[in-house]
Design a protein around this ligand. Structure first.
Ligand code: A2P
Length: 275
C-alpha cells in the first residue's frame, strides 16, 4: 500500500484510499489553500458536499492546484432538503457549477431521508448520463440499504459513515463487504475537538512508533480496508496525515485499537436524525 493506492468499485472505477475532508472548512481562501496543500502533499481525492457551504472554494483549490482534473477524484453529496423538495438534478448541476467541473467521480446521497429511494432513482439516471462515474450513499444502515434493494437497478458502490476507534462500526463494515461496497470513514480522527487523539492507548502506540496519534489512527483505518477522509486546514497536519505508508501496525497494535470501541458517535445518528 502506498499514497497512490486505490480500491476498485464494483463498476471498475478506482478510488484513492486517502481522501481529503473539507467538512467545517470555511468558504474562502483557507479552504482553497488547504485543497492545494493536500494535492501538493499527494492527496488525489477530495470529499466535498453541498451542505458544507464551501464547494466554490474547493473548486478554486482544484483549478489552481496545478493538476489536470482527470488526475483528481472528486466526490460531492446531495443534501437532504434538495431531496425533500424533489430538486435532485438541479442540486447536482449547482454542485458541478460551484466546483467548476463538468463531472463528478462520485456522488452520494448524504442522509437517508424519507424520500431517499426516489433520489436514488435520480442518481441512477445521472450515472447513466456519464456525468458521474460512480454513485453511492452516506449514513446508510442495513434498513436503508434494504429499502433501496427492492427498487434499485444499481446498488450503491460506496457507503460513507462515521468511523474512528471509539465507533469502530465492525457490523456495518461487514454488511458493506457483503454488498461489495467500498466503505469510507468520515470523522476518521474522531471529529473536531474529539477525545480520540488524546486516548492513552493511541498516545502510547504513537510514542512507541515515533508517529503522531493521528497517523496511528489513520493507519488503523487503512489496515481495516477503509477509505479515509481526514480534514485539516493546517499545512503540517495535512502533510503528516498523508504520511501513512512507511510503517505497518502489528496485529497486537491493531487489536489494542480495536478494543477502544465504545459506540461513541460525534455526529448524527442515521436511525434518528432531525435535519
Ligand atoms: P484542523 O483543521 O484545525 O487541523 P476529522 O477528520 O476526524 O473530522 O477530524 C478533523 C479534526 O481534527 C479537525 O478539527 C482538525 O483540525 C483536527 N486534525 C486534523 N489533523 C490533525 C492532526 N494530525 N493532529 C491533530 N488534530 C488534527
Amino acid at each position: 500500500m502506498d499514497i497512490n493506492s486505490k480500491k476498485k468499485l464494483v463498476n471498475g472505477i478506482e478510488i484513492p484510499v486517502l481522501g481529503f475532508g473539507v467538512y467545517l472548512s470555511p468558504e474562502g481562501e483557507v479552504t482553497a489553500s488547504s485543497v492545494r496543500w493536500a494535492v501538493e502533499s499527494g492527496y488525489r481525492h477530495i470529499d466535498a458536499a453541498a451542505i458544507y457551504g464551501n464547494e466554490r472554494s474547493v473548486g478554486e483549490g482544484i483549478r489552481t492546484c496545478g493538476l489536470p482534473r482527470e488526475q483528481l477524484f472528486i466526490t460531492s453529496k446531495l443534501w437532504n432538503d434538495d431531496i425533500r423538495k424533489g430538486r435532485c438534478k438541479e442540486a447536482f448541476t449547482e454542485t458541478l457549477n460551484r466546483l467548476g467541473t463538468d463531472y463528478l467521480d462520485l456522488y452520494l446521497i448524504h442522509w437517508p431521508v424519507d424520500q431517499h429511494v426516489q433520489a436514488w432513482k435520480v442518481l441512477e439516471q445521472l450515472y447513466e448520463t456519464g456525468k458521474v462515474r460512480a454513485i453511492g450513499v452516506s449514513n446508510y444502515h442495513s434498513q436503508h440499504l434494504k429499502e433501496l434493494e427492492d427498487m434499485a437497478r444499481i446498488m450503491p458502490m460506496v457507503n460513507q459513515f462515521e468511523i474512528h476507534p471509539y465507533l469502530s462500526q465492525q457490523p456495518l463494515i461487514d454488511l458493506c463487504k457483503r454488498y461489495g461496497m467500498v466503505y469510507e470513514a468520515y470523522s476518521p480522527l474522531g471529529g473536531q475537538n474529539g477525545p480520540v487523539l488524546s486516548d492513552p492507548v493511541i498516545v502510547d502506540i504513537a510514542a512507541a512508533r515515533g508517529k503522531s496519534p493521528a497517523q496511528i489512527v489513520l493507519r488503523w483505518h487503512l489496515q481495516r480496508g477503509t477509505v479515509v477522509l481526514p480534514k485539516s486546514n493546517h499545512l503540517e497536519r495535512i502533510r503528516a496525515n498523508a504520511q501513512l505508508f512507511d510503517f505497518r501496525l502489528t496485529q497486537e497494535e491493531m487489536a489494542r485499537l480495536d478494543a477502544l470501541n465504545q459506540n461513541l458517535r460525534t455526529g448524527g445518528n442515521p436511525d434518528c436524525f432531525d435535519f
